[in-house]
Design a protein around this ligand. Structure first.
Ligand SMILES: [Cu+2]
Length: 338
């Protein structure tokens, strides 16, 4: 046997390889999908640990059943007067009732312990981020700060951050597999969860409750970064958007503010103050357009503005009457908003 594999506890390694193999075998699921079995924060670590406990218990039960089956097959011919009467009854009581009872009670106790830990939110002075689910994008605000952004939220690494969840329409569910299990967003209710990351990085989140045609394109990113960078992000949220620097950008801003766009979108520091769609004050730096629908580059941005229905069919931005000559200006302006 390879000594390197032995160094990382061979059984766990073997199980990981088996699980990874099974996951890779599912078409379309390979390529760095966020996994709850690759936790990066205390919430998800709880869930992953419990998952492994359940995995090993089911492996043990499987092996036990196979052994008993083998035993029965091998010894069935000898079942006669030599087997004493009380023996099968004892096997049935121990294997069929005693062992399951111990397993169920243990798992129940572990589950209660983890539920209590997950319910133990941050203290009253913790940073609070307010997230509102919309069909099909996420509105993100920081409590006490005026501005908003979409489909991306930042947290300071190593700190528990309170997340307040609301929905503007139907049921959604806030899920960051590597950081925390799901929390449902329920109409008319204020829900709460928290996020904690113990290493810096970018973690993908996803709506986890079917909410209509574009449910799959309702993704977001959680960026865990040092406190200093987080504070800078918060102050950018409270500040006006970047002013246009070139003529094309100036024409783009004018087209945006005077056109239909301003009815639905806000850009801080301009007259555009619509509240129907995402705040676009930092749209140039977003990781995607349409909450994971397409990458954020000039081509896709132009396609989105010309007719977002071809990019994300059914979304709530109707085709816009944009003058073809103004399109490059609009793209230049929106890309400058970082
Ligand atoms: Cu959804």
């Amino acid at each position: 046997m390879d000594t390197r594999t032995r160094a990382v506890t061979p059984t766990r390694h073997l199980a990981r390889v088996a699980v990874a193999g099974a996951v890779l075998a599912l078409p379309g699921c390979s390529g760095g999908a966020p996994s709850a079995l690759d936790p990066a924060g205390t919430g998800a670590e709880r869930v992953a640990d419990l998952w492994w406990v359940l995995f090993w218990i089911s492996m043990a039960v499987f092996v036990e059943v196979m052994l008993v089956l083998g035993w029965a097959l091998v010894f069935r011919r000898r079942r006669d007067a030599t087997v004493r009467h009380g023996q099968p009854l004892r096997v049935v009581t121990v294997a069929g009732a005693g062992v399951p009872l111990v397993i169920l009670v243990t798992v129940y106790a572990l589950g209660l312990r983890d539920l209590a830990a997950l319910g133990d939110g941050p203290g009253p002075r913790a940073t609070t981020i307010e997230v509102t689910g919309h069909k099909w994008w996420w509105e993100v605000r920081v409590a006490g700060v005026s501005g908003a952004t979409a489909n991306e939220l930042h947290i300071p690494v190593g700190e528990k951050v309170r997340i307040r969840l609301r929905t503007a329409d139907v049921l959604h569910s806030f899920w960051v597999p590597q950081l925390m299990p799901k929390t449902d967003l329920i109409a008319g209710e204020l829900r709460e969860t928290w996020l904690h990351a113990d290493r810096a990085g970018t973690y993908r989140g996803q709506c986890a409750e079917y909410c209509g045609t574009q449910h799959a394109h309702m993704a977001f990113l959680v960026v865990a970064e040092p406190r200093r960078d987080f504070d800078a992000w918060v102050s950018r949220l409270g500040a006006p958007a970047a002013a246009p620097r070139t003529d094309a950008q100036r024409r783009g801003q004018e087209a945006f503010v005077q056109g239909t766009c301003a009815g639905c979108h806000a850009i801080r520091g301009t007259e555009a103050n619509g509240q129907v769609g995402p705040d676009l004050s930092d749209v140039g730096s977003r990781w995607s357009i349409g909450a994971g629908a397409v990458p954020n580059d000039g081509g896709h941005l132009g396609g989105w503005i010309a007719n977002s229905q071809t990019v994300k069919p059914g979304n709530y931005m109707p085709p816009q009457p944009v003058d073809a000559q103004r399109l490059p200006d609009l793209i230049a302006y929106l890309q400058s908003l970082t």
